[in-house]
Design a binder for this molecule. Structure first.
Ligand SMILES: [Zn+2]
Length: 294
């Protein structure tokens, strides 16, 4: 397993999901763990080889690709897990991630490891921003993408910014990025742009010293989707139809899982447009439809 040095005691396991690594003497703190047991096993082997002790996993949020290695690592090492209360609730009850997307208990096709990690119990509830234990790691609220996501700033001034932003490659591939609160996501981008750090490490993009261009690309992506949703509402339209039209517009094909992820993101855009009084919902012939209100 490749470990990349960033600064001081802060490292990174680069991958589909970047895993942060902070070292204090023989103890290690991780930021997220990756998708599944296999991701956890690779990290465990590395730590055993290096004779390091895993003290704590700091979970940025409870999406399966970030906390999927938690259960394995906790069982193997007895480490602690730290997360915010709402993210902890999902890490401990991981059926809630597909439940959130489907709004009922999940059916077979969405009970997969991409949406539902193995549950893991959380030991440290991060209720406030700032330092939460003796590591000196700082929790930084990054609302918008999920329920109560945090970033983690290390004493070396490396800022792990989780899924507050995605790489240009992912923006170009998926177009409709997962978000639960568009306004909060935009405010989080603005907040990140104002931060000074030696390194910024998004979970799904390479580490960079200057985060501003990527923040701008992510802002544009959110605004483009919002505008496309608003355009759909020029005439009465239901959410599934908006998903279909945006899929065509952006040229994206989708699996059942992806459909639900896109659909949830579009719900967030509808909520935001409704909040700005640009659209309004109504029921017609048993369908929940949206149309422009001005
Ligand atoms: Zn993610």
């Amino acid at each position: 397993m490749e470990k990349r040095h960033l600064k001081g005691s802060t490292f990174l396991f680069p991958g589909k999901v970047n895993v942060g690594y902070f070292q204090k003497e023989e103890d290690v703190w991780l930021v997220d763990t990756g998708l599944d047991d296999e991701a956890g096993r690779k990290i465990a082997r590395y730590l055993e080889y290096e004779k390091k002790r895993l003290r704590c996993i700091v979970g940025t949020h409870s999406n399966a690709d970030h906390c999927g290695g938690n259960a394995f690592l906790k069982k193997r090492t007895g480490c602690l897990i730290a997360a915010t209360p709402l993210e902890a609730a999902v890490m401990e009850n991981t059926f809630m991630e597909p439940l959130l997307l489907w709004t009922a208990f999940p059916f077979a096709e969405i009970s997969n490891r991409f949406l539902q990690a193995k549950p893991s119990s959380v030991d440290i509830l991060i209720r406030n921003p700032g330092i939460f234990d003796e590591s000196g790691l700082e929790a930084v609220p990054l609302p918008g993408h999920f329920l109560e996501m945090i970033g983690v700033r290390t004493p070396d001034d490396v800022f792990f910014v989780a899924d507050a932003l995605f790489s240009e490659t992912l923006l170009a591939k998926y177009h409709i990025m997962f978000v639960l609160d568009v306004q909060a996501a935009l405010e989080t981008l603005e907040f990140i742009e104002q931060q000074e750090a030696e390194w910024f490490v998004p979970s799904h993009a390479p580490a960079v010293e200057n985060i501003r261009p990527l923040a701008e690309a992510n802002r544009k992506s959110l605004m483009r989707v919002s505008q496309a949703v608003l355009d759909c509402c020029s005439e009465p339209v239901g959410k599934d139809e908006i998903v279909r039209r945006l899929g065509t517009l952006f040229g994206i094909s989708m699996s059942i899982t992806e459909f639900l992820l896109y659909s949830a993101a579009i719900s967030a855009h509808l909520t935001w447009l409704r909040k700005k009084a640009l659209i309004a919902p109504f029921i017609e012939d048993g369908l929940l439809l949206w149309r422009r209100s001005s």
